[in-house]
Write a protein that binds this ligand. Structure first.
Ligand code: DAH
Length: 339
């Protein structure tokens, strides 16, 4: 009997299963109905009574050792088979940070919504343009100092290919391609050869507006701009128009809105004038209509153009233009709550 116990003990010591099936086989072989340890227990009856105590203890130890061995082998196979797939429900979920819209997009979307209410639709044109669409068709005479108003990035000379300096070029493209009446707003990037500072950049965004129909007057322009300014800056906003010059409009004006910060009383933002300049506008010069094959005796129109960075600066209190282009997450996060 002792010899049998010793042999089985050796078998337990050398047990090294390579898969769960071998563990199960081993269990049946040791502890199953006809297992070696089970048989030892039934043979125990025949052990002489003076040896019973000693043999009984040995068999119990052997049985417990076999059970421990089988259980620990099962556990180790279970852990290794589920490697990589373990689902730890207590793990902290990774937080997905919501992004924000860029302030220029916010302003652009807001302008769309306002002008859509007045029946304006969207029109877009290329950033790489020719002399005709940016200057000549807008009544900038060749060699005229008006061209110096906007320092241009040229890509090629004669014929002139250049980066558009204003979105007024889209007015020309729209007059070429659309039937009258025309009522569009044209957003886009523009480029000027300027030194970069807190107040100027060589790339910025403009939105252009153009309305051409029979009987369009300056009063229509003024009413449209008043509606737009009040929608954008609040219903207590006032506007004023100052005479100005643009080659493509006659008469031309620059428009100021009453300063929201001081309520028109004067502060450092409005340079103590109570007014902030936000756009250029005017009646489309009849020469421009004719240059674009529109009969200026039948049709008239107005146009306006504004810089989006400047409007976003006023609306959101941004003090440095360069912030719009740096993609600094701390700056962009400020706009998380705007839609
Ligand atoms: N194109 C002008 C600029 O970039 C802005 C402008 C002024 C646009 C008057 C217009 C306008 O349509 O009528 O400075």
């Amino acid at each position: 009997m002792k010899k049998k116990i010793e042999d089985i003990n050796k078998e337990l010591d050398s047990f090294a299963p390579s898969n769960p099936d071998e563990v199960e086989q081993f269990r049946i072989n040791m502890l199953g109905k006809k297992g070696q340890i089970t048989l030892l227990l039934s043979d125990f009856r025949d052990v002489p009574s003076e040896e019973k105590k000693e043999i009984g203890q040995l068999i119990n130890l052997l049985k417990n050792k076999a059970i421990d061995l089988i259980e620990s082998s099962k556990i180790s196979f279970k852990n290794s088979s589920s490697k990589g797939e373990t689902i730890d429900l207590s793990l902290q979920q990774e937080i997905i940070e919501m992004g924000s819209r860029h302030p220029i997009s916010l302003i652009k979307n807001e302008l769309f919504t306002i002008f859509q209410k007045l029946g304006f639709s969207l029109s877009e044109g290329p950033e790489i343009e020719d002399d005709w669409h940016v200057f000549s068709a807008l009544n900038f005479p060749k060699e005229h100092p008006a061209r110096d108003m906007q320092d241009t990035f040229f890509i090629e000379k004669s014929p002139d290919i250049l980066l558009r300096t204003h979105t007024s070029s889209v007015q020309v493209r729209t007059m070429e391609s659309q039937k009258l009446p025309i009522r569009v707003i044209c957003p886009g990037r523009v480029f000027r050869n300027e030194a970069i500072s807190a107040r100027a950049h060589c790339i910025f965004h403009q939105v252009e507006g153009l309305y051409i129909d029979k009987g369009v007057s300056f009063a229509d322009l003024k009413q449209t701009l008043l509606f737009f300014s009040r929608e954008l800056f609040g219903h207590d906003t006032n506007i004023r128009l100052r005479p100005s010059f643009f080659p493509f409009t006659e008469p031309s004006a620059e428009m100021d809105v009453s300063c929201k910060l001081c309520g028109g009383k004067g502060c450092s933002v409005c340079k103590h004038t109570g007014w902030l300049e936000i756009l250029g506008c005017g009646m489309v010069d009849p020469t421009v209509l004719e240059l674009n094959n529109i009969d200026s005796k039948q049709y008239s129109g107005y146009a306006f153009g504004m810089g989006l960075e400047r409007i976003a600066m006023l609306k959101y209190g941004v003090k440095d233009l360069r912030l719009y282009f740096e993609n600094d997450i701390r700056f962009l996060n400020i706009f998380k709550n705007y839609l």
